[in-house]
Design a protein around this ligand. Structure first.
Ligand SMILES: C[C@H](O)[C@H](O)CC(=O)C(=O)O
Ligand SMILES: [Mg+2]
Length: 394
């Protein structure tokens, strides 16, 4: 296995769901008047697709070893990501040893610093990194969670993100995270509606079920503080991504403003150990939420997680499907995981990266046994019915 080298890397794109889970059709809860940084413009308030949340689409990266074994991974990145893989990153991957993940990561990161650091370049780099982990697992015939040091518990437990925490409770989840629908531009009336929604959900789910609000970078410090204090009456567990991701100072202030017992979470749009170092050292949050497909992949997440552990912060990855499941089960400071409800009405459990992956495991009664992850690599296959395109080749 250690003698295997990488023969070829290939990058493909896909539209309509998959890793770009915002790329959904009309009528989906994930695009129903959700508060965003663009909500101050009334014409972009009703739909996130209207301002282009789904322009990128899914990127699929395959790495083929010298014996023909193929590892793959997915991210949000589409055609620009495919260009970066094929025209820039391929030189660091092809011909390298399959196990050289640290060196390949470093070369990809250092060589793209002049136009990278975060965002689409890190999404792309993450997909390459995860494809290498998948390939190592397949060649060693071991699941990725074993390569990471092994499971620290027998099962994962999940909270659900979606419009129907009441249904999530019936499905066995430990909590429900609602999208905040009205932002500061919708004034006092919007704030009242946000609180009414939360009060209604609290009534539906009873006193102990976790309820959280995901604010998707859309608030300011004053609004977030007022929302948190009013939401304390309805036992909001945490307030998520309340502020723009670059406002580390705002997050530090918000955390100090929190009512007793309520947590601040953020980080799904942060990347690398350096980005998370800022969040952790500045005391910005209680929970960091790196997206495994965006933060730099597993090679980087291992470092981010160790840093968080030393700061007493939990690591609960954003979405990320199997890439999160294989990681969370190996870490004591990741006691639960997120499950994104991708059914249009959030009324049933369907695989998060539907329809792209075959064998993508789903929670049963809000839980997933380690046995469901016991397959080589990340244990998933590309669905041959998805029409992948390869826009560039080298
Ligand atoms: C529901 C949120 O607006 C977003 O689509 C997903 C997210 O931020 C999360 O799962 O966390
Ligand atoms: Mg979020």
């Amino acid at each position: 296995m250690t003698s295997q080298t990488i023969r070829q890397v290939r990058a493909y794109t896909l539209r309509g769901g998959g890793a770009d889970y915002h790329d959904q059709s009309d009528g989906h809860w994930i695009d129903d008047h959700i508060s965003t940084p663009m909500s101050k413009y009334p014409e972009y308030r009703q739909s996130r697709r209207s301002f282009g949340i789904n322009v990128l689409g899914t990127l699929v990266v395959e790495v083929e070893a010298s014996d023909g074994t193929v590892g793959f991974a997915v991210t949000t990145g589409g055609e620009p990501g495919a260009f970066i893989v094929e025209k820039h990153l391929a030189r660091f991957i092809e011909g390298a040893r399959v196990t050289d993940v640290e060196k390949i990561w470093d070369q990809m990161y250092q060589s793209t610093l002049y136009y990278g650091r975060k965002g689409i370049v890190l999404n792309t780099l993450s997909a390459v990194d995860l494809a290498l982990w998948d390939l190592m697992g397949k060649l060693r015939e071991e699941p990725v969670h074993q390569l990471l040091g092994g499971a620290v518990r027998n099962e994962l437990q999940f909270y659900a993100t979606g419009a129907r925490p009441d249904l999530a409770k019936q499905m066995g989840f430990i909590g429900g995270k609602l999208p905040l629908q009205h932002g500061p531009a919708e004034g006092e009336e919007g704030l009242r509606r946000n609180l009414e929604k939360l009060a209604h959900m609290r009534e539906q789910v009873g006193p102990d079920f976790w309820l959280m609000y995901d604010c998707w970078m859309s608030l300011d410090l004053n609004y977030a503080t007022r929302l948190a204090h009013a939401a304390a009456d309805f036992r909001l567990k945490w307030i998520e991504e309340a502020l723009p991701p670059d406002d580390y100072w705002g997050y530090a202030a918000l955390r100090k403003n929190m009512p007793a017992g309520m947590m601040v979470s953020t980080g799904e749009h942060e990347a690398t150990r350096w980005g998370f170092r800022l969040l952790l050292e500045m005391g910005c949050c209680d929970i960091i939420q790196p997206d495994v497909n965006w933060c730099g992949g597993l090679t980087e997440l291992v470092k981010i997680s160790a840093l968080a552990d030393a700061h007493g912060a939990l690591v609960v990855p954003h979405g990320s499907s199997v890439y999160s499941y294989h990681f969370v089960i190996t870490r004591h400071n990741s006691p639960f995981a997120e499950f994104l409800m991708m059914a249009p009405k959030a009324d049933e459990v369907v695989p998060s990266f539907n329809p792209l992956l075959l064998d993508e495991p789903i929670p049963q009664q809000g839980r997933m046994s380690v046995n469901q992850l016991d397959k080589p690599g990340f244990g998933v296959r590309l669905n041959p019915e998805c029409m992948l395109e390869r826009p560039y080749s080298h």
